[in-house]
Ligand binder design. Structure first.
Ligand SMILES: C[S@@+](CC[C@H](N)C(=O)[O-])C[C@H]1O[C@@H](n2cnc3c(N)ncnc32)[C@H](O)[C@@H]1O
Length: 453
């Protein structure tokens, strides 16, 4: 059957719900149309942007009648900015949608008709919750400025005056660097011509310690006065660490070697009574307040008695493993980023913890070696990136046959797929799953799951 709509066609649609990823779901005689910027209950005029056999995509161009959950977005840059998707959806409706996405994933992809899903933990702070922001420089007629990508555009940057996801300190650092760039008459790098100098600004903060780290990314060459940069940033007392990276490639990466220009090489964050050193490229959950809740749930699910060998796979800077160490016999962490492992080792010393060990490696490749070295685990905690237990990781984990797996996931679809494989191939049963909202106004949802065999 041919699709009943065509590209560029104007439609009037009523949005029923939000699909995973954040688009509204509407139906035209049963044919599904995903509506970008459509919220549940809205009636919108929408232009079709893409047509496929089973569904189409459209962009809401006019709001005919607002749904019951619409609220005013506080940010002046919304909805043009790509940082937030749902500032105009009441927070209760956001968390309800996220809970539903996890339920749908577990039902459809894990094949569980009645998944053991617990109520989502809403975010403690709905705004200003991020401890890390990555801005791009862009050139305006009157000079360079800093901002975030425009919604749906990788190639266009929107100037930001005040971001509602960043802290007051973070906003101040960004605006100070914008003023500095103008005063120094520097130019922003142009992605099309590959000319210009300033590329990115990263701001990381220890939200519980009040310490901030700044990383400037430029094109090749030292075209600025270091002393002046340090001087303007030193006017902000929270800034403890200033780094500089050079990116001579065309890709817009920021995960680069850094040169320390001033201050400490790392900052500290405090989570759950422990201190963690954070370097520019090391992983840290970007919502400190909710990371605390996340680790508390992981700890509850792990049910440690003090006698267990625990594996902390995809351990980052050791946050989960070190939080569990007091309740375990030993904790063994694996992480692919050497910079993060260096932080994890520093962090165990910083906190005077003696029963943990951290190693650099790819989980799928080194898990068998870890088993030889550490012995069979009583509990394995996994916290993989969005792709889930990719490569050989799931097979190796299944072969270890630990009695309990605590799966911390930032993607319910890969969590559900992995839970199904662990059940079908290795005899695991999903016992509990608890979603958390770490990222209000965005389509991201975190979930902690407990699997047992
Ligand atoms: C979601 S983060 C979790 C970090 C940590 N558990 C935390 O809560 O801060 C995922 C981590 O997995 C690491 N990683 C990605 N692929 C990996 C792999 N194949 N083997 C080991 N670590 C990997 C990343 O560098 C990142 O630090």
């Amino acid at each position: 059957m041919a699709a009943p709509v065509q590209r560029d066609q104007e439609l009037e649609l009523t949005v029923e719900s939000l699909a995973y990823g954040g688009n509204g779901v509407a139906r035209l005689d049963g044919f599904v149309v995903f509506v970008r910027r459509g919220l549940p209950g809205d009636t919108v005029k929408a232009r079709v942007t893409k047509v496929q056999r089973r569904h189409a995509e459209a962009l809401a161009t006019d709001l005919v009648a607002a749904g019951p959950h619409r609220v005013d977005a506080p940010c002046a840059h919304y909805p043009a900015c790509g940082g937030c998707r749902f500032q105009d959806l009441a927070y209760e409706a956001q968390v309800a949608a996220k809970q539903q996405w996890v339920a749908d994933s577990l039902q459809r992809l894990a094949g569980l008709s009645d998944p053991p899903l617990e109520a989502i933990v809403p975010a403690t702070s709905q705004f200003h919750y991020r401890n890390k922001m990555e801005y791009s420089f862009t050139q305006l007629e009157d000079g360079p400025t800093l901002g975030l990508h425009k919604a749906g555009r990788w190639d266009e940057v929107l100037e930001i005056e005040q971001c509602w996801l960043a802290s007051e300190t973070g906003n101040r650092i960004r605006n100070t660097l914008r003023d500095w760039a103008r005063e120094e008459k520097l130019t922003a790098y142009d992605q099309e011509t590959h000319e210009g100098y300033l590329r990115h600004l990263l701001v990381r903060e220890g939200r519980n310690t009040g310490q901030a780290l700044v990383q400037l990314v430029t094109n090749r060459g030292e075209r600025f006065d270091r002393e002046r940069l340090i001087e303007v940033l030193n006017a902000i007392p929270e800034v403890r660490s200033i780094h500089w990276s050079v990116n001579t490639g065309v890709s817009e990466v920021t995960n680069l070697p850094t040169e320390l220009l001033w201050g400490e090489d790392a900052i500290e964050e405090a989570i759950g009574g422990l201190r963690f050193r954070v370097r520019p490229n090391a992983f840290l959950q970007t919502n400190t307040e909710m990371a605390e809740r996340l680790y508390a749930i992981a700890r509850e699910f792990a049910q440690l008695s003090g006698n267990e060998t625990v594996y902390d796979l995809y351990c980052g800077i050791g946050t989960i493993g070190l939080s569990l160490a007091g309740d375990a016999l030993t904790v063994w962490g694996i992480e692919i980023s050497e910079e993060s492992v260096a932080c994890a080792i520093e962090n165990q010393e910083l906190n005077g913890i003696g029963n943990t060990a951290f190693f650099a490696g790819n989980v799928g490749e080194v898990l068998s070696d870890l088993r030889v070295r550490a012995g069979d685990p009583g509990v394995v905690v996994v916290d993989p990136p969005r792709a889930g237990l990719a490569g050989k990781a799931l097979k190796r984990l299944g072969e270890i046959a630990a009695p309990r797996i605590v799966y911390v996931s930032c993607n319910p679809t890969t969590l559900a797929g992995d839970a199904k494989r662990l059940a079908d191939d290795y005899g695991y049963r999903l016992v509990r799953a608890r979603p958390l909202d770490m990222f209000p106004h965005t389509p991201h949802v975190e979930c902690v799951a407990l699997l047992e065999r």
